[in-house]
Each structure stands twice: as C-alpha cells, then as structure tokens.
Design a protein around this ligand. Structure first.
Ligand code: SF4
Length: 215
C-alpha cells in the first residue's frame, strides 16, 4: 500500500474511533487565552497548563494586560510551570508585539507568528489551526511523531522530518485532523515505551505492530 493510501485508511479508522471534531485540551475562552495557553505548553502537560491558567486568565484578559505586566509578578503567576521565567519573558514580549505591530490580533500566517518570541512551528501551527482553522503546517508533538514513524509514514521520528513527510501525502484540509487523531492514538494506545497493539485499530496495517512480530 502506498503512503497516501495508508494515510487515508489510517484516518478512516481513527475517525471512527475518536470522532472528527477533536480539539486541543488546553482550556481557553478568548484569543489571548488560547495564544497564552499554547505558548506556555512546551515541556508541560495540558493538565499542568490548565491548572496554571485557571487563575492567570482571571487576572490577565487581554494582550495589553500581559504586555504591561510586572515581570516578577507574571513569573509568579505562571505557577511554577517548567521554564516559567523564560515563558513569562516570551509572553510579555509577544504580547507587546501583538499590540504594537498586529493591532492586538493574532496574525494568520505562520511566518508572522514565528516572529513572536517563544513561537516556533509547533506553537504557531496549533494556534493557527485552533483559532482560524488554518493549516499551513502540521502540528507534530511527541505523540504524533511517534505514531507517524511507527506507521511507516515518515522514515524519521524527528518532528520536522515527520511534518515534511506528512505534508507531502496529506490533503491540506486533513492536516489539522491528522495531528489531533495521531495525538489521540498516541495517548490512548500507542504509548512510547510499550504500545498496546492488541487494542489498536491499526494493528493489521501497522508495520511496527507487536502483534505482527509475534510478541
Ligand atoms: S499497532 Fe501498535 S505500534 Fe502500530 S500504531 Fe498501533 S499501537 Fe502503535
């Protein structure tokens, strides 16, 4: 089976299992909430970010609030998230640029997103997908990278290589869905250490299935 057909078969099965309307588990109500939560998410679980943003979003409601925040107070308000000092600095600087350059609105292209401090491809892709349904790229986190590599859809498990491999075979309108479905499978059964292949809906398709190896 070629990779395009494989991807299509995989997505069909994953849609049946997890549905077609998956979104980020980062809690947010406004554009500034979403941007902030995603910016804070690297090296943290969604649960940790949601715990930290519960109070944060009550206190800081706009990009101007973050831009004008007291640096030390904002560090404390990040609730001890990993790399909270660096994240607080990025958040203040990004918020200032959003206010001064982008008129207080999150831009709609990855190139513009990536001029903001702390915003790399992953953060930019998540925000664009969730906020505008724009999929210039594909969000590749550790779950998505692992699943794509194990399924043989990418020769490498490195995030950028996985994104390039998936972009070559995926229709633009499917890019957001691929990421969300692969992340769901990674969390559910395709665990990093020992995948639960016996419970996986892709076990007969997957070249890495432990079942196919008689394990
Ligand atoms: S069959 Fe196993 S290795 Fe392959 S995707 Fe499913 S859980 Fe992961």
């Amino acid at each position: 089976m070629n990779k395009k057909k494989m991807l299509s078969a995989v997505l069909g099965r994953l849609e049946r299992r997890y549905g077609r309307n998956l979104h980020t588990e980062l809690k947010h109500r406004t554009a500034s909430d979403l941007f902030t939560a995603v910016l804070l998410s690297p090296q943290c679980t969604d649960k940790q970010v949601n715990a930290a943003t519960r109070g944060l979003f009550k206190k800081y409601k706009t990009f101007s609030d973050y831009a004008n925040a007291d640096p030390i107070e904002l560090e404390k308000d990040l609730g001890g998230l990993n790399y909270y000092r660096t994240k607080a600095k990025h958040l203040r600087r990004s918020a200032r640029m959003l206010v001064e350059i982008f008129d207080g609105k999150v831009p709609r292209t990855l190139a513009e997103m990536m001029v903001l401090p702390g915003v790399g491809r992953k953060v930019g892709n998540v925000v664009l997908n969730e906020m505008y349904g724009i999929n210039e790229g594909i969000v590749v986190d550790t779950h998505c990278a692992r699943v794509a590599h194990r399924l043989g859809l990418s020769p490498s498990g490195a995030p950028h290589a996985v994104e390039c491999s998936l972009m070559r075979i995926a229709a633009t309108k499917k890019r957001g869905e691929i990421s969300n479905l692969f992340i769901a499978l990674g969390r559910d059964v395709c665990h990093a250490r020992t995948p639960a292949c016996a419970e996986c809906p892709l076990s007969d398709l997957c070249p890495s299935s432990l079942l196919n190896k008689g394990a």
